[in-house]
Design a protein around this ligand. Structure first.
Ligand code: HEM
Length: 457
């Protein structure tokens, strides 16, 4: 009898573990989830796909263009479609985004989605889906995309400094990706997006002429010498800098791993690409993709690209973001007589001078301060740790900690309460987001669903 009971318990426990494994979502994070629009806009994926497809049929260059656009969106303010907003001094008008194309594809998909499910689907989700569809349309392997992004309301030219530049060293490239929670492998994998598309001569012709005195041609010595005349023919010295050249010579229309083989053979077009091979910090990863390292240590580009894309597509969301001084500077001056500084006593005293420096008394109320100090570009649980330490910026945020009604929940997120009673922010946020969308509640300050992607509502 005893054996039967314990066998039953073991069986039950195994079933619970298996169920948990099956139900644990892969790729969902930071408020995104699979099937996010399954009730509110079930055709979202097919509408985006058919729109991208029809544009692709008349102009196949939209595929690389959309993939690049998504990358440039995610690296600035997170994947929030801030790249799409029109206007002076917006991201779109910034130098690194000058040559982006494909905006009409997103506008077209948005128009159709507004007709079938008005106000439901974010431009950020449309762009994320369009990037995935661009990969499958160029014969790459697609992947399931978790959805539920909100659109951002801030788009600033000056924020585009985060974007990697083709002149960046590997150290800088690795750092810029690390700032977004992406590691060196994600860097190499995602730059593998250069397996499709083209670059304008202006971005690499410096490598072809007067680059070095160690080569007889004056070309960058890391370029395969037999490749130099080919590139020179395509980009003559002092020629038209806007002429475009394949980033993955011989296979620019197909999403495959030949790009890495080209790097190995000194046939990378951009200086930043070739450095992935010449720098020992990333070379092994290129070897693992290019077939030089095989077997257990080899990597399958299609599998890893999907994984890294889901990671990149989840950059952002809104523990990230900022608040204008006008919404909290009352807490910094003449708020209370119980503190010597006059500041709100629930603010960590060491934090007061920092906030005051950012928002001087009677200063510019529109100046913006990170809501999650020190981690405003990363969607993580550090926000709750800040609340616990009296470092919430808005009064309403800090009250989540000071009020006993919500304090336990903050404790469960911030690691004060762990184990069975702890909560995983990434998991719970996704769950709560789905719940929230089902009752049609909007998270006002966290974002919006733009009616048109080129302007905030
Ligand atoms: C170190 C990081 C990166 C640098 C420095 C870089 C730089 C560049 C440059 C200079 C171009 C040429 C742009 C033009 O002439 O219009 C380009 C094109 C492109 N990039 Fe990147 N890139 C990087 C990472 C990525 C990532 C992570 C992706 C995608 C996941 C990506 C996707 C593309 C695509 C698809 C194109 C071709 C665009 C077209 O044909 O219209 N890049 N990149």
């Amino acid at each position: 009898m005893k054996t039967t009971t314990s066998s039953f318990l073991v069986l039950l426990l195994s079933l619970i573990i298996i169920t948990l494994i099956i139900l644990t979502p892969t790729g969902e994070a930071q408020g995104t989830s699979f099937g996010f629009y399954s009730r509110t806009c079930p055709n979202v994926e097919s509408i985006v796909r058919s729109t991208v497809q029809s544009h692709f049929q008349s102009d196949p260059t939209v595929a690389p263009a959309l993939l690049r656009m998504h990358f440039h969106d995610c690296f600035v303010q997170g994947c929030d479609a801030s790249i799409l907003i029109n206007g002076p001094n917006t991201e779109k008008s910034a130098f690194p985004n000058r040559l982006l194309r494909g905006f009409d594809v997103i506008d077209d998909a948005k128009k159709q989605l507004e007709a079938s499910c008005p106000g439901i689907v974010s431009c950020a989700d449309i762009l994320t889906l369009a990037a995935r569809d661009s990969v499958s349309l160029t014969k790459g392997v697609g992947w399931p995309v978790p959805l539920g992004r909100r659109d951002g309301t801030v788009s600033l030219d000056s924020d585009t400094n985060n974007l990697p530049a083709f002149t960046d060293s590997i150290q800088v490239q690795v750092q810029k990706f690390a700032d977004k929670g992406l590691n060196a492998q994600d860097l190499v994998t995602l730059v593998g997006g250069h397996t499709i598309g083209t670059a304008a001569c202006q971005f690499f012709s410096n490598r072809l002429y007067n680059f070095s005195t160690t080569t007889t041609t004056g070309a960058d010595p890391t370029i395969d010498p037999t490749f130099v005349p080919q590139l020179r023919a395509l980009c003559p010295q002092n020629g038209d800098g806007s002429r475009r050249v394949a980033l993955d010579t011989g296979s620019q229309n197909t999403f495959d791993d030949s790009y890495f083989k080209n790097l190995k053979n000194g046939r990378g077009v951009l200086e930043s690409d070739q450095k992935l091979w010449t720098d020992p910090a990333t070379r092994t990863i290129v070897q693992r993709y290019s077939g030089t390292i095989r077997g257990l240590f080899g990597l399958r580009f299609s599998v890893e690209f999907a994984r890294s894309m889901v990671k990149m597509s989840n950059v952002g969301g809104h523990t990230i973001g900022t608040a204008a001084c006008q919404f909290f500077s009352n807490r910094l001056y003449n708020f209370s007589t119980t503190t010597t500084t006059g500041a709100d006593p629930t603010i960590d005293p060491a934090f007061v001078p920092q906030l005051r420096a950012l928002c001087p008394q009677n200063g510019d109320g529109s100046r913006r301060v990170a809501l999650d100090t020190g981690s405003q570009n990363t969607f993580d649980d550090s926000y709750f740790k800040k609340l616990k330490n009296g470092r919430g910026v808005l009064k309403s945020d800090q009250k989540l900690w000071t009020d006993p009604a919500t304090r336990t929940i903050v404790q469960r997120y911030s690691g004060t309460i762990r184990g069975l009673f702890g909560l995983r922010f990434s998991v719970e946020f996704g769950r709560s987001m789905v719940k929230m969308s089902n009752v049609g509640v909007k998270t006002g300050s966290q974002g919006q669903i733009r009616r048109v992607c080129t302007a905030v509502n």
